[in-house]
Design a protein around this ligand. Structure first.
Ligand SMILES: [Zn+2]
Length: 202
């Protein structure tokens, strides 16, 4: 099949992997809508199953919780509130009151509770539904806002990306949300550009 829908479906699948490397939990969640700087965004939380998988892959739950369409809607609303709050932090301006209210509402839900095994060698999570995971995500943003790192929030230097990150480097010179993705991509482009330029010897 080579119709437009087929191509879009293939593209979604190709970029379905979640990214957690180098990212704070709250901004890893914001990054589930990718290519924010492009005309067409890539939605990594396309179906309730995707949100369920994110909950487990983020490490917030041991078992992927059941998710409904309503859970997915709520999660996306929280995600966009986090994204906009990240932009506000990067700009050094207060976030919109409705975004703060959304974050506070999610954070007010009880989180998962770690339960240590009797021999202290393993941990299971008690109460790990979607609301608990979203609460942990929202609380992570709140924790960031009350920390000195709030002034270290930046927007990824890859214009197509647009994901916030926290620059905790000593020099304060980090430019990418992730070295493995956006950083590697920009370096690869620069390498190709150099390779195509006239070389001064083999
Ligand atoms: Zn990026």
């Amino acid at each position: 099949m080579s119709n437009g829908d087929g191509r879009r479906e293939g593209r979604q699948r190709a970029k379905t992997d979640f990214r957690f490397d180098d990212a704070r939990l709250c901004f890893a969640f914001a990054g589930t809508l990718a290519d924010r700087g492009k005309d067409v965004h890539v939605e990594r939380l396309a179906r309730p199953e995707d949100l369920s998988r994110w909950c487990a892959e983020s490490g917030c739950t041991a078992v992927a919780p059941a998710c409904t369409e309503a859970d997915l809607d709520g999660a996306r609303r929280l995600r966009e509130a986090i994204q906009r709050t990240g932009l506000a932090l990067a700009d050094g301006v207060p976030p919109a009151p409705e975004d703060v209210a959304l974050v506070n509402g999610a954070a007010a839900e009880p989180t998962s509770v770690p339960v240590l095994s009797a021999d202290a060698t393993s941990v299971r999570w008690h109460g790990d539904g979607v609301a608990a995971v979203l609460s942990m995500v929202a609380r992570d943003l709140i924790e960031l806002c009350r920390s000195e790192h709030r002034t270290r929030v930046r927007i990824c230097g890859n214009p197509a990306c647009g994901t916030p990150f926290v620059d905790t480097s000593r020099a304060g010179a980090r430019r990418w949300c992730s070295m493995k993705t956006c950083g590697a991509l920009v370096k690869k482009r620069a390498y190709r550009a150099r390779a195509q330029a006239p070389a001064d010897g083999e």
